[in-house]
Design a protein around this ligand. Structure first.
Ligand code: ADP
Ligand code: MG
Ligand code: MG
Length: 880
């Protein structure tokens, strides 16, 4: 296989190539070259070589260095400079770049090709000694760090010494002579740390640098990043075979005050506004911007510094967006007034920006409505549903300072000072805000655990900002007034001290940092968001319902676009203080009469609940599941609570204890629950059905269109459903007669399919069902034989070891559990063509699972209210 792809004037071999092979950076360098943008030439070593490198026990494949030497020759010819030359040396960067971007997670080395003599040559050729030694010291530092694993601090210390000697504070103020001394000092650091001299042979430098980039593919932080991304549903990242390596001719942003370097987005990644959003630094190279060494200037001010370069950048923005028809994230460098493009990729953005950009691009004619629907990652819509601070609470808030509004949202939490601390406290259930001077890729685990991130240095494109935005996490960056004492675990702002016990509030939308807890509020769902939802609704086939047990939840879900309730869990209604007592009396009852007496007291509560929900959902179906959990869940387990219950019911505590013990089961989830309860205690079913029917009658009288669907849980045999359906029908008739109601109620009776046997015999079960609703939580539990409640003990290890690709309780296991679902649908519909089929597990709100539900012909998915918009969009994407 071809191992090296050249890009430049001579040829652009990677044009139209595969991202999987060339990596994102490599492919886009080739694309940009081919559309005529100013890109320094170079070549890409494929991801397959990386894969081969690992498979061969970390050895570069035979022939690779020859192919590389050939490519270097073309490069030399194009540029009229030679690698390792003592007069006018060719320098290159060696850059990582996988098929899915992993910002800052892997290594890059700049200015490769310099040695003692070549640096002299470069100084002469450019007539700029300061620049040449600046480049050399950067190389020794990066090479030492990346290839040899030396600590950055040792270099830093040497730099501080030189700065002190020359009485300056900024890197750019160190004179040429100082940089010359610095190179000597760095070489000494290098020798001390590695026991070798800094390598003077550029080809050797190149080979080791390539290996180091391959090595960074499996650095801890890169592995962590992939794990976190994969857990967030970015499963594409699991399929990568490695990183590509891009070797590219250097251009110099550090040649003086007419040079510089910058990064930016062609639109604002926070708000989506169509305005170039970026920063640049004069007289600086590559990573200086991201590392937050000096504070960069916004690109908006670039025209004042170099009008032509700014104009060209804006023209390139347009060219790039026309070519990629998407917002781009770019890197550029200006060498003595000439602009070069170093990178482009589709820019990460939060959900709010994604929606706005998609809608704007439709208006601008860049994409179609359909493309817009496909463009926004469904799960990112959560960002549009993010809370913000209540204006009144905000106005009254105790604002400590303002940083950069790096990633929007509202976060309230206690201070955590290191990533491990944030992780630990998060796991203990605390909401924490991670406070760091700046974050680095090593912090990602802690960043992912925090509710918000606050940094005191670094710009809007610093590591913290970029990562937080990708995750839709609230972040305030570069809040320079925040003094952090990491050891003492305190921050000081404006003379006030805060400790790990203190709560602060971050407004990622304005950049403000506030003392204490500021009250938050729910977002608005109009404008572009509503438009995108409208487009999505035109394309989807699945209807979207919600899981809700109260009128308030039902209403919220309706506002989000739910078209019915797919699962109303009645047991939640029994836990309120004024009801649980009757429930408990029912459980303690010795005989049917006593049970009926207790149930009679529960009836009015249930009727009222149902009426409220029918009203909130008028005109839409409401699936009500009859009592499901085992009865012991309703009894208190602590002695004190048992005593109190005994007093309330006027019985002996021992009696309660005894009943509790009698109800005890070894495997309660496989125990006396679901339809099994109704078989033993039909009076419970009767009470619930009576409440439903009475509520429906009451609605009918008020001309409210109630559409109840009665769902019998945990059915495993057709006989269960036959018997219980009969009971339900009898109760419906009896209630209508008692209420002297003669109209039609149209109540459907169906079952939840959550036991594998029900899927296997779905043709038999369907005979007694008007609808099926797959309860994929239990179905997953029973198919895998994993206890949902205890799975945390081993599932992370299983995911790590790739035994299962993702948590099957979050994303439907389509190859296993999915087969049962598909079989259930097919068999069910084989005897009842029009059988209504839906899903009501957690999976109903998961985009990948929704795609599956669409493909096997379900009629609807049902999910929690907050995921309804996500489900609407995911259903449209599945249908397109
Ligand atoms: P990352 O993936 O971490 O962004 P990059 O490979 O993009 O790493 O490089 C790091 C920095 O070095 C970027 O700012 C980039 O623009 C700069 N850089 C890379 N190659 C060159 C080059 N050939 N000339 C000048 N700057 C470069
Ligand atoms: Mg980059
Ligand atoms: Mg269940």
């Amino acid at each position: 296989d071809k191992m090296v792809y050249y890009f430049g004037k001579t040829k652009t071999e990677g044009k139209g190539g595969s991202k999987a092979i060339l990596g994102g950076k490599g492919l886009n360098l080739a694309e940009m070259t081919s559309i005529g943008l100013p890109v320094p030439p170079g070549f890409t070593i494929t991801t397959e070589v990386c894969d081969g490198y690992y498979k061969a026990g970390k050895k570069l494949p035979k022939g690779l260095m020859d192919e590389i030497q050939d490519a270097v020759k073309i490069l030399e010819k194009e540029l009229g400079k030679n690698f390792g030359d003592n007069e006018n040396p060719l320098l290159v960067s060696v850059r990582s770049g996988a098929a899915v971007s992993m910002p800052g997670m892997m290594n890059t080395i700049l200015n490769l090709g310099l040695n003692d003599e070549a640096t002299e040559g470069l100084a002469k050729a450019t007539k700029n000694e300061r620049f040449a030694y600046d480049a050399y010291r950067r190389l020794i530092n990066m090479y030492g760090d990346v290839v040899m694993g030396l600590h950055h601090e040792q270099f830093e210390a040497a730099f501080d010494k030189v700065k002190k000697k020359h009485n300056v504070t900024e890197d750019t103020e160190v004179p040429a002579e100082g940089l010359r001394e610095l190179c000597e000092a760095y070489k000494a650091v290098y020798k001390k740390g590695t026991g070798e001299d800094f390598p003077q042979d550029p080809i050797k430098q190149l080979q080791l640098a390539i290996e180091a980039v391959f090595g960074s593919w499996n650095a801890d932080r890169a592995i962590s990043y992939r794990r976190i991304e994969s857990a967030k549903g970015n499963t594409e990242i699991n399929n990568l075979i490695g990183t590509a390596v891009n070797v590219q001719a250097m251009v110099y942003g550090n040649m003086g005050d007419d040079s510089g370097t910058g990064v930016g987005f062609t639109r604002d990644p926070n708000t989506g506004q169509n305005k170039f959003y970026g920063e640049f630094l004069i007289n600086a190279q590559g990573e200086d911007v991201v590392a937050g060494i000096r504070t960069p200037q916004p690109v908006a001010q670039m025209a004042k510094w170099d009008k032509a370069a700014h104009k060209e950048l804006m023209e390139i923005k347009k060219k790039l967006e026309d070519h990629y028809t998407d917002m781009q994230d770019i890197e550029f460098t200006i060498e003595r007034g000439k602009l070069f493009m170093l990178q482009t990729r589709n820019g990460k953005r939060n959900g709010i920006a994604a929606v706005k950009i998609a809608c704007d691009m439709v208006k601008e004619g860049l994409i179609t409505e359909k493309e817009a629907v496909l463009r926004v990652p469904a799960s990112d819509l959560t960002h549009c549903l993010l809370p913000s601070f209540k204006p009144t609470a905000r106005n009254a808030a105790d604002v400590l300072c303002r940083g950069l509004n790096a990633s929007p949202g509202a976060a309230v939490g206690k201070l955590a000072f290191t990533a491990p601390e944030a992780r630990e406290r998060f796991e203990a259930g605390e909401d924490v805000i991670l406070v760091r001077r700046e974050t680095s890729p090593e912090d990602v685990e802690g960043m992912s655990a925090a509710v918000g991130i606050l940094t005191s240095t670094g710009g809007a494109t610093s590591h913290a900002a970029v990562v937080a935005r990708g995750w839709g996490k609230c972040c305030v960056a570069g809040a320079s007034e925040v003094e952090i004492n990491e050891k003492g675990k305190t921050i000081t702002v404006g003379g006030r001290k805060f400790t790990a016990k203190d709560t602060i509030s971050l407004d990622g939308t304005t950049g403000e940092v506030m003392a204490g807890e500021v009250e938050t509020q729910e977002p608005k769902l109009s404008g572009d968001f509503a438009k995108l939802m409208e487009w999505a609704d035109q394309y989807r086939r699945l209807s979207i319902r919600t899981n809700a047990d109260s009128p308030a939840d039902s209403k919220r879900a309706r506002d989000f676009g739910a078209e019915g309730i797919g699962l109303c869990r009645t047991e939640h209604m029994f836990f309120e203080a004024d009801r649980i007592i009757h429930m408990r009396a029912m459980i303690l009852a010795e005989d049917e009469d006593a049970r009926r007496a207790a149930l009679k007291k529960l009836l009015p509560f249930q009727r009222k609940d149902f009426e409220g929900i029918f009203k909130a959902m008028k005109g839409c179906p409401v699936t009500i599941r009859l009592l499901d959990p085992p009865l012991h869940e309703f009894l208190p387990h602590e002695a004190a609570a048992q005593k109190q219950m005994a007093e309330e019911l006027g019985v002996k505590p021992a009696e309660i204890k005894k009943r509790g013990e009698a109800l005890h089961e070894s495997n309660p989830m496989l125990g006396h629950r679901g339809c099994r309860l109704s078989v033993t205690y039909p009076e419970i079913l009767e009470m619930q059905v009576q409440a439903i029917v009475e509520a429906a009658i009451s609605c009918a009288k008020k001309k409210i269109d109630a559409q109840p669907e009665i769902m019998i849980p945990l059915v495993g045999t057709a006989a269960e459903l036959r018997i219980l359906r009969e009971k339900v029908e009898e109760t419906i008739e009896a209630t209508k007669t008692a209420k002297k109601f003669e109209g039609e109620l149209n109540i459907l009776i169906g079952t939840m399919i959550e036991i594998p046997r029900a899927c296997l015999t779905a043709d038999e079960v369907a005979e007694y069902a008007d609808f099926f609703s797959f309860g994929t939580n239990d179905l997953t539990q029973m198919t895998f034989g994993y206890s949902r409640d205890d799975v945390g003990g081993f599932l992370p290890d299983y995911i790590e070891a790739k035994i299962v690709p993702v948590d099957p309780f979050q994303s439907l296991d389509t190859s296993g559990v999915g087969q049962l679902v598909e079989m259930g649908v097919t068999k069910g519909r084989s005897i009842k063509k029009k059988l209504k089929v839906g899903i009501c597990g957690e999976h109903g709100g998961d985009p990948a699972s929704i795609e599956f539900c669409n493909s096997v012909g379900l009629d609807y998915v049902s999910c929690s209210p907050f995921r309804v918009p996500i489900a609407r969009l995911a259903a449209a994407q599945a249908a397109l």
